[in-house]
Design a protein around this ligand. Structure first.
Ligand code: SF4
Ligand code: SF4
Length: 162
């Protein structure tokens, strides 16, 4: 299973419905455990995600070409979420009626496990309330925050507000 980057088009910095379908991992893979969702819009010179992945799941054919991901190699470790300067990588995991969504977070105060936060969509608009399940931290203090949301929101929620 592979998403090949392809022609992700920029529309006001927000993915269109078709683009969201294109970057959505296979649902059977997302039901087995966390998996990365790469929403890299720009053909910018960046390969931080490719270098960060310990499992060679992300391939950059050229530095300005959007990354490819091999969903079968991805373990959902979250290292790519922590290093992406574009805040364009997320993790999703489906579990019955619920979904876990991991988003990058660079603001203060830092969220705490168990805290209730507001889940935001790609435009920064509130979608629902959500509970913080996990907080990962990079060396430069970027956080990857995992929250629990209703399953139908797994490709909508892309940020949090405390
Ligand atoms: S979540 Fe981990 S294994 Fe998956 S693409 Fe990102 S760095 Fe690689
Ligand atoms: S690290 Fe982020 S911005 Fe850079 S290529 Fe990967 S997904 Fe795109």
């Amino acid at each position: 299973m592979e998403y090949d980057g392809g022609d992700i088009m920029k529309e006001a910095g927000i993915l269109s419905k078709e683009e969201i379908e294109k970057v959505t991992p296979p649902l059977d893979r997302a039901e087995k455990g966390p998996v990365a969702v790469i929403e890299c819009l720009e053909k910018i010179p960046c390969d931080a995600c490719g270098w960060a992945c310990p499992f060679d799941a992300i391939i950059k054919e050229r530095i300005t070409v959007p990354p490819k991901i091999d969903y079968d190699k991805c373990t959902g470790c979250g290292q790519c979420v922590l290093v992406c300067p574009g805040l364009a990588i997320f993790l999703i995991e489906l579990d019955g009626e619920k979904a876990k969504v991991t988003v990058p977070y660079e603001f203060l105060p830092e969220p705490r496990v168990g805290q209730e936060v507001v889940a935001l969509d790609r435009r920064g608009l509130p979608v629902t309330k959500a509970k913080v399940l996990k907080v990962m931290r990079s060396k430069d203090k970027t956080l990857a925050v995992t929250i629990e949301v209703p399953r139908e929101l797994f490709m909508e929620v892309r940020g949090i507000r405390i």
